[in-house]
Design a protein around this ligand. Structure first.
Ligand code: ZN
Length: 319
């Protein structure tokens, strides 16, 4: 098992719950993001312990392809996924991400971003924004240019344990008082549509209205579903989503559990509650606790858990 040390990001909207609830040594009282499993130029996690201690995840991906089941000459040049924990003390900007095709063309070959959110915790009455109410692209442009945010944005109530899939081209925002675990494509391309007129170091943060208008899909279809996929075989667990870039599962283990690796892939695991031990294929167990993030390398058939523990697990390439 490959343990990772998170990278932290201070944000105008961040708070301190990554320390108070997860015990991380965060850089300040406005820490918004914990890049928990990341191999990106803007945040590259280091391996914590073992043979590869201190190496970055990017280094491992490039130099130890067998750990990830990659063939020689594999065309996947970058690590496919990025897992974050987000502490939104205040509202995040209203934003949208491009798809792979648009990002490749307009962002120097970058990946687009499909992402999904598991609500770890939120204040009573908390909401998020997903989608908009414009009936056409013309109406969308009009509502943005006139600043009719109240009419445009589709705000919905949330509670702990909810799950949301955000496809590229979907306007969205996490609102204050919310902690989420985000699983996404390995991309950092965000187009900011609206930032509530806030200032950072005395200046408004940059908006990207033209690119946003290029990629926002209108009208928004709130009923456009996504596939949940199947649960992992074995002990009780729940499939959250299956889409082209990833599959994600929620595991809640009380006592003990065993789970088959249906993807024949490496797996990304984040402990979101409790503590216990993890072992693959009956090998020696390692202790893990809330806030730990690790990768189970390619080639295992099943993993076992002991303890009272909750995890979000994912694997790349869902369909
Ligand atoms: Zn986003």
């Amino acid at each position: 098992m490959i343990r990772l040390k998170p990278v932290f990001k201070e944000m105008v909207w961040g708070g301190n719950r990554l320390r108070t609830e997860f015990g991380y040594d965060i850089p300040g009282e406005d820490t918004g993001e914990c890049w928990a499993i990341a191999a990106h130029k803007n945040g590259d996690c280091r391996i914590d312990g073992g043979k590869y201690d201190g190496r970055t995840l990017s280094w491992l991906w490039k130099n130890e392809p067998a750990l990830f089941g990659r063939n020689d000459g594999s065309k996947e040049e970058i690590f496919p996924l990025l897992v974050k924990i987000i502490d939104a003390k205040k509202d995040l900007s209203i934003q949208v991400h491009p798809d792979d095709e648009y990002a490749y063309e307009h962002e120097n070959g970058a990946k687009g971003k499909t992402e999904c959110w598991y609500i770890l915790d939120c204040d009573p009455g908390a909401t998020i924004i997903i989608g908009h109410n414009a009936k056409s692209h013309e109406e969308l442009e009009h509502m943005i240019s006139t600043g009719n945010w109240g009419g445009l944005l589709r705000e919905i109530p949330i509670k702990k344990g909810d799950f949301f899939q955000i496809f590229p081209g979907t306007v969205h925002a996490i609102k204050g008082g919310t902690m989420i675990l985000e699983t996404q494509q390995n991309s950092d391309v965000t187009y900011r549509v609206y930032d509530y007129g806030r200032l950072q170091n005395g200046k408004p943060r940059e908006l990207h209205i033209d690119k946003s208008l290029d990629v926002i899909r209108a009208p928004f279809d709130p009923d456009a579903g996504y596939e949940r996929g199947e649960a992992l075989e074995g002990s009780s667990n729940e499939a959250l989503v299956r889409c082209d870039p990833y599959r994600v599962w929620h595991i809640r283990c009380n006592g003990s559990g065993i789970y088959r690796n249906c993807m024949n892939s490496f797996m990304l695991c984040s402990v979101t509650e409790g503590e216990g031990t993890v072992s693959t294929d009956g090998c020696s167990a390692e202790s893990v606790r809330k806030g730990d993030h690790f990768i189970l390398p390619y080639g295992f058939e099943s993993f076992s858990l002991f303890g009272d523990i909750e995890m979000i697990c994912s694997a790349p390439g869902g369909l």
